[in-house]
Design a protein around this ligand. Structure first.
Ligand code: ZN
Length: 296
């Protein structure tokens, strides 16, 4: 396997979409309140990242930040990047454009007031940002410098049919923005439902081949995926249907899975986990070097 020359510096991007399980758009209908200890789950996540000396980018939903402001502050204090996951987890294409833009600004400001720092990144709820220039232009106008909303696999709810493995720049009349798509190798594999149902040996092969071909693996997860034994513990409180399967299949194993995955990539292969902003900065440096090479 031929590795890219700067392979050792290749970061994995670890991302977590910080929302409540009821926020996912699969229509989970709890019969009684789900007592989930979100502060504890996030603490487990922070500890796992500390163990492997990596940082993640946390795309925080506005409604979650309102309910758990201390959790967001804790993530920030632990050195994780705080980015926005929108306000209410509504599917973007179902909202009026103006309404979506207004809510996206509100969610960004809410986080910025909370952490006292600029929020640069956006990930649309359920990958539903339409791949249209006007939406990216709006993100530029709202002050975002990157988005990670492109899912290169079409499903009934979200996704795009064109595969895009590399981050790319979108030029708009108001400025430019980087879109960092989720990777796929024939199928998506690096997070959520996909990562939960595929066997671990296959996940490792898919990540390795992606890295070997010079691409940057992006991992994504959600707090509720990190709860041990969740699948069984919710059987009594949630209606068991397809939504239940998509949301909870194989949940409970994820924290262990991330532990093993990070173990193999961070330790054995010296691949660092990093935040998106560090990636965008790195890429800009690469781009300006390439420009310099051309001028020489
Ligand atoms: Zn989400």
């Amino acid at each position: 396997m031929v590795l890219p020359p700067n392979y050792k510096n290749y970061p994995i991007w670890l991302t977590i979409d910080v929302e409540k399980v009821e926020d996912a758009n699969f229509g989970i209908t709890p019969k009684k309140p789900l007592n989930i200890d979100y502060p504890k789950i996030i603490e487990d996540w922070i500890n796992l990242c500390e163990k492997h000396q990596v940082k993640s980018t946390a795309f925080v939903l506005g409604s979650f930040a309102k309910e758990y402001p201390q959790v967001v502050k804790r993530l920030k204090e632990a050195g994780h990047e705080i980015a926005s996951h929108g306000l209410r987890h509504e599917l973007v294409y179902k909202l009026e454009f103006k309404e979506w833009k207004k809510e996206t600004l509100e969610a960004k400001k809410l986080l910025e007031d909370l952490i006292g720092d600029e929020v640069k990144g956006y990930r649309s709820p359920s990958w539903t940002l339409p791949f249209k220039r006007e939406y990216y232009e709006a993100l530029v106008e709202l002050g975002f410098s990157y988005s990670s909303s492109y899912f290169p696999f079409k499903t009934y709810m979200y996704g795009n049919s064109i595969d895009k493995k590399q981050p790319f720049t979108i030029y708009t009349p108001s400025g430019e923005i980087t879109e960092i798509p989720i990777p796929k190798q024939l199928i998506p594999f690096s997070g959520g439902f996909y990562m939960r149902i595929l066997p671990f040996w296959l996940i490792k092969i898919l990540f390795s081949s992606l890295i070997a071909s010079g691409h940057k693996p992006i991992i994504y997860t959600h707090p509720y995926e990190l709860i041990p034994n969740l699948f069984r513990s919710f059987l009594k409180s949630v209606k068991v249907d397809l939504a239940y399967f998509l949301t909870f299949a194989n949940v409970g194993d994820s924290l262990k899975r991330f532990d093993r995955l990070l173990e193999s990539f961070v330790k054995d292969r010296n691949v660092a986990g990093a935040t998106y902003t560090s990636y965008v900065t790195w890429r800009m440096r690469q781009d300006s070097r390439a420009e310099g090479d051309k001028e020489e």
